[in-house]
Design a protein around this ligand. Structure first.
Ligand code: LMR
Length: 346
């Protein structure tokens, strides 16, 4: 197994570190975060953002391709987070990368090409969910596991089945990252209202594909000032924003930079929860009993064991309730496909 410890130039022993991104005045803990798929279009910028997170003591990169250079490059950034890496296609490399991880974040997998739906990535990317969840089950079953890999609506149920098969499934520790939907909603709403996106709060529920993405404008803070037709137009833009980027990149991949930003933001929220910071609330796609479906994205309160409390469905107006009822059958199919994929293998 190829393992090289690369220390940042000014890294020192484990220290109490302060940073302005997430320092909260509580006792800082030093966490290990592993990025699986660190060499890819999302993995690289995500790793760069995580290298700047003062809550992370050890950043481990894994990729099936060669990432020695990426690790060396990142290790020169003058923060005290240590960078190490494991690369190769063997499952053992993956297992070795995961030991002692507090958070495992997974951008691994193929991106969409123009004209494809996220569902069409299922065949290509289901194996990622299987390999990573089995390895997590063996190496770090207590870790918080966050998938970015598409189609998230199906990948997370697959991972849950393999974690169950290993006897280590904890619904509070498995997440599909849907933060990009929230990030986009904040941006588009702020543009419309001519305000700072950082001041916008809005829950986005459902899943992470087309109509399964449901921004809840009635709960937007500050209150959304547009008309019904603006809600409709912006909702559609949020739902199709991934395709907007895909088409703009014209064959050169899907969203990477905004996804990396959103995932780094979400990982930071998980770490703030682990650090027992009160009131850390983010939306993500998780095992849920908020509806009759087994998985749904809703607002979650995060804590030392992952989900402290699933805050469930926000209040919905009649249009939002109708949109939720409309998306459930599609999401149900996504979930069932994941469960039956796993059943064929387990
Ligand atoms: C996104 O929302 O941008 C990602 O899920 C990538 C994609 O295929 O759209």
């Amino acid at each position: 197994c190829l393992k090289v410890m690369l220390k940042a130039q000014n890294s020192s022993a484990v220290v109490q570190r302060k940073g302005n991104w997430s320092w909260n005045g509580l006792g800082v803990r030093n966490y290990k975060v592993t990025v699986v798929g660190a060499g890819g279009g999302i993995g690289q910028p995500l790793s760069m953002l995580l290298k700047q997170n003062p809550l992370i003591d050890e950043l481990t990169l894994h990729d099936v391709g060669d990432i020695k250079g990426v690790a060396a490059d990142l290790s020169h950034i003058c923060t005290s987070t240590q960078v190490d890496f494991f690369d190769g296609v063997k499952q053992q490399e993956l297992i070795d990368s995961l030991h002692d991880s507090h958070v495992v974040v997974v951008p691994a997998g193929l991106p969409r090409q123009p004209g494809m739906t996220r569902d069409q990535l299922e065949d290509a990317n289901s194996g990622v969910a299987m390999a990573v969840s089995c390895a997590v089950g063996m190496a770090c079953p207590e870790a918080l596991l966050a998938f970015i890999t598409n189609p998230i609506n199906t990948i997370v149920p697959i991972a849950a089945e393999f974690l169950k098969a290993k006897g280590v499934f904890d619904p509070n520790r498995l997440f599909g990252v849907t933060s990009l939907d929230v990030v986009r909603a904040k941006t588009f709403i702020a543009d419309y209202m001519n305000i700072d996106p950082a001041t916008v709060e809005i829950p986005v529920i459902g899943g992470h594909a087309g109509k399964t993405i449901l921004p809840i404008f009635s709960q937007c803070s500050p209150k959304f000032t547009g008309e019904d037709e603006d809600v409709k137009r912006l909702t559609e833009r949020i739902q199709e924003a991934g395709t907007e980027v895909l088409n703009a990149k014209a064959g050169k991949g899907s969203a990477t930079l905004s996804m990396a930003y959103a995932a780094a933001y979400f990982v930071n929220a998980l770490l703030r929860g682990l650090n027992d910071e009160p009131g850390v609330i983010e939306c993500a796609y998780v095992a849920s009993d908020a509806t009759e479906l087994a998985f749904l994205a809703t607002p979650l309160e995060l804590g030392p064991n992952g989900i402290k409390k699933n805050l469930g469905l926000p209040s919905l107006n009649a249009d939002e309730e109708a949109a939720l009822q409309k998306l459930l059958p599609e999401l149900r199919q996504n979930i069932e496909r994941g469960i039956s994929y796993a059943a064929k293998i387990i």
